[in-house]
Design a protein around this ligand. Sequence first.
Ligand SMILES: Cc1ncc(COP(=O)(O)O)c(C=O)c1O
Length: 467
Amino acid sequence: MADSYLPPVSREGHVSLTQQIFQGLRSVILNGTLQQGARLSSWQDLSSQLGVSRGTVKRAYDLLKDENLVETKGSGGTWVAAVLPLSPPPQVAEESKPEGLFYDFEAGPQYFQLGVPAQDEFPAKAWYGAWRQAIATEIVRPQIYPDPRGLASLRREVAGYLATARGVHCLPSQVFITSGFTGALGIVLNVMNLSGKKAFVEEPGFPRTRHALEQAGIETIPAPVDDRGMRIPVEELQAGVDFAIVTPGQQAPLGMTLSPARRQALLKWADDSDAWIIEDDYAGELQLSGHVSQALAADDASGRVFHIGSFSKTLNPGLRLGFLVVPRTLAEKFTAFVGHLAPAGSVVAQQAVQNFMSGGHFFRHLRRMKAVYADRKTVLVETLRRELHPAIRCEFDGALSVRLFLPPGTDDVSIAGVARANDLGVLPLSPWYQRKDSPRGLLLGIANVRRRDVASRCKALSQILSP
Ligand SMILES: Cc1ncc(COP(=O)(O)O)c(C=O)c1O
């Protein structure tokens, strides 16, 4: 890979241009900025970028070569020498990773990792075909700025999918392709001017959503979740709550669907209070038990609901693709915003997803995965029942997770830390609550559980949990 470092040159002093280029490159090689094995720009490129003759650059490169700082491979190019005469000082500290900002998935999903799809069951062949076709399309597509709302063909596909799978009837002009749920949330907060306002959030609820709202200076008011889902605390209703964020299809993390009465109450609250609802349908189509409910947006007669879906759980979180459906009357306002500030990302990735969907693979994949996940959950629950102390309550309805409840006051954060150090990617339950005296427990993702190793992993977890 060519490293396009440009040494600074000046025509004002007495130092020759050759010496300036030589000294500039020498210092970045010796301080480790240009790493061993990095390729230098060709004489031609560097001379045209610096506005000097090729001979000047060549002489500078010769001086580097005399000091054994670079090596050439015939006429193929010039590289920083693999072995330097003086070893460079230790690199400036590796770029630090901001604590808690990213999902710590870089080492690959751990066992029980929540929030990732099953890697081993991914339909790689169909997916590869969808990408190959997308690249073929890309090569002949005019190189112009694409529609910032997302590819029209993908928005049409998503609108069709939502009508069939989630009961939402919308026009493609209401659909915006976004950088997952997270990107869509940012767009809604901006367009609806919600920064600095008040929001109901589920208690317990997805900590990242709460942190996102806090970033935007939004006051989060806990709305309790019971076995019928989130309940707007009408009796203690603070004036001026502007919106609610809810996971009606599969409550995160407890897994139940919002009951019909609660859905109606939530929509009525929004209507009566001139408030908005953000529906996080991150895995609504992957409900594993009971009747699969339609999206909340399907019942939204008053245009109060922003429906957000994501391909992170159904395809791959690395795609960073999701979709936002806005009420019809607001489509134009959102178009103006995304056009200027938040256009949809890579057209190739969008095209690949569209090919995958229009080829019928997406529906087939979802159907298969529901069966795979249901099987993995059954196996996990059976094994946990065998391996765990009977005093540990285990809940497994609905969601793509199993919840273990630990005695009040247990330090579930430390326990999860120990488990993660042992390659078990469980999450602590308490950070999903805003209140301090939260229930304690662990969340176990089922996606990557396999029959062959589930017993040993549950045994290891049981040992960590035993006093
Ligand atoms: C409750 C909830 N919402 C949304 C998301 C997905 O976010 P994104 O689409 O930005 O990957 C997740 C992923 O873990 C989640 O658990």
